[in-house]
Design a protein around this ligand. Structure first.
Ligand SMILES: [Zn+2]
Length: 482
């Protein structure tokens, strides 16, 4: 059995999930389901990043005061619940406050320290809490962090440093020998030129505020939240499992590519631990052309949308509308148009026509003829889907499947099986629909399963049951978004 290990970013617990988080997580879920369907043994981790300054701030802001852990527990449950509601098939939900995780962090810290890569030094400069990152003057726009629109804190403190600069050559050599290490390639170019321009050592601890993981042997310092957080990918499955089979893919958002493609591999080089095979960076969302922001209050709750339109419609929209790696725009009008056009009138209508007719004229015994041109088209789609999914071209996979649906629609219209009751034609349409369901399994698991359940193999014959509408009319998601 082949192993496949995929991860999502772990999310900060200072807020609830919005549609951007759902997007990264759904992408990982599609690949997890795809590999599971191929028979691979899949590990799929997601979780929460809790050892952050943000957690303390949010706990205070939400009236939890000193009860930070209680606040973190509550928020972790919200994230977990959201992924369960959205049919995310994770196998491990990891929290960075777990003891198991701390043990692995200590082990990695020890190995990096034993390699001579940790030293004490003075950090003087900028720190953006929004990013939980040290920043340079050159990163700022008008003195503000361009993403958080806030002036970063100016700090001067004694920290532990990691000799990142030592790994420049090794990183560049790795990039050279692994041309798909970062996807899409446009992001990879950014990473390689950043590393090629020279690396500075980075601070990996901060003065302790009584929260977070203490530096081994120095309780006055806490391990920098990113150094700690990245290690979650190992602790989610255990160090020996990682050494046996490291992650095949870290699915991340484009803003954290550098952490995953530069700092993380350097940490692993230092610790003598194998690297993940790939880092995939998805783009960002705007809502009606405007960036999602807490202050604007334009974040869309994925659960509210899914409750109205269904999980599969949400998944379909996100994957079909936004080419992987590119930025995309969400609007209720676009969502409604895809729901109506592609889902209700497209897949839903085709499935309903075929199963209604097939129930009436079935069952379909052995020996019926599958139309040769259609059989070829199905095989061509299978080949295309396989190739595209491995290049993360999810929107093109869906396009390809919808082309097949269109071919099916034309066939129904031309052959008019409701007049002829032609069993060869109907058998061909049922086989098409069955294959469409199989292609869609990773993308739209609820719909796919419903279709497959309606097409039963009984004693050598195929018996089809009429499907209830897969995408019933909804009042329009925009009418009351919450
Ligand atoms: Zn920032």
């Amino acid at each position: 059995m082949k192993k496949f290990y995929i991860t999502t970013p772990i999310y900060y617990v200072n807020d609830k999930p919005h549609i951007g988080h759902a997007y990264s997580t759904i992408i990982a879920d599609v690949l997890a389901r795809y590999h599971r369907a191929k028979g691979d043994e899949v590990a799929f981790s997601t979780g929460t990043d809790e050892n952050s300054q943000k957690t303390i701030d949010a706990a205070v802001k939400n009236g939890a005061g000193e009860k930070i852990m209680q606040y973190a527990d509550q928020m972790a449950e919200i994230w977990k619940h959201t992924w369960e509601k959205l049919d995310i098939s994770y196998t491990r939900f990891i929290r960075t406050t777990e003891e198991d995780h701390k043990k692995v962090v200590y082990e990695i810290w020890k190995r990096v320290n034993d390699a001579g890569d940790i030293y004490k030094g003075q950090y003087e400069g900028l720190y953006c809490v929004g990013h939980e990152a040290f920043m340079k003057e050159s990163d700022l726009v008008d003195g503000l962090c361009p993403d958080h629109k806030k002036a970063p804190e100016r700090i001067k403190e004694e920290n532990y440093f990691f000799k990142l600069s030592k790994y420049q050559k090794q990183l560049l050599a790795h990039y050279e020998s692994h041309p798909d290490f970062v996807m899409p390639h446009s992001r990879f170019h950014e990473v390689t030129s950043f590393v090629a321009s020279g690396l500075e050592d980075i601070s990996i601890s901060r003065p302790s505020k009584g929260w977070g993981i203490p530096v081994p042997g120095d309780e006055t310092q806490s391990i920098y939240v990113w150094f700690d957080a990245l290690i979650n990918y190992i602790s989610a499955i255990g160090l020996s499992a990682w050494e046996d089979h490291p992650a095949d893919l870290h699915a991340v958002g484009k803003d954290i590519t550098r952490f995953h493609a530069v700092i993380w591999p350097a940490m692993l080089f230092s610790a003598g631990v194998p690297l993940p095979a790939q880092v995939g960076a998805n783009g960002f969302f705007t809502i009606d052309g405007v960036k999602i922001s807490k202050s604007l209050g334009n974040a869309i709750d994925p659960l509210a949308l899914a409750a109205k339109a269904g999980n599969d419609a949400l998944r379909y929209f996100l994957l079909r509308e936004i080419p992987y790696g590119e930025d995309g725009d969400f609007s209720f009008a676009k969502f409604d148009a895809r729901y109506e056009g592609d889902l209700a009138n497209g897949l839903g209508n085709f499935a309903s026509r075929v199963t209604t007719l097939a129930e009436k004229y079935g069952p379909f015994e052995q020996g019926l003829l599958l139309d040769g041109a259609i059989a070829e088209k199905i095989e061509a789609t299978r080949t295309e889907v396989e190739a595209l999914i491995n290049q993360f071209k999810f929107h093109e996979v869906l396009q390809s499947v919808w082309n097949l649906i269109q071919v099916g629609d034309v066939m129904v219209n031309v052959t008019k099986p409701w007049e002829t009751g032609d069993k060869n034609v109907l058998f061909t349409l049922v086989v098409m629909l069955d294959n469409i369901a199989a292609f869609l399994l990773p993308f739209m698991p609820v719909t796919s399963t419903a279709i497959t359940a309606a097409i039963r193999h009984e004693g050598g014959a195929i018996v089809v049951k009429k499907l209830a509408p897969l995408f019933p009319r909804i009042a329009g998601t925009s009418s009351s978004p919450s």
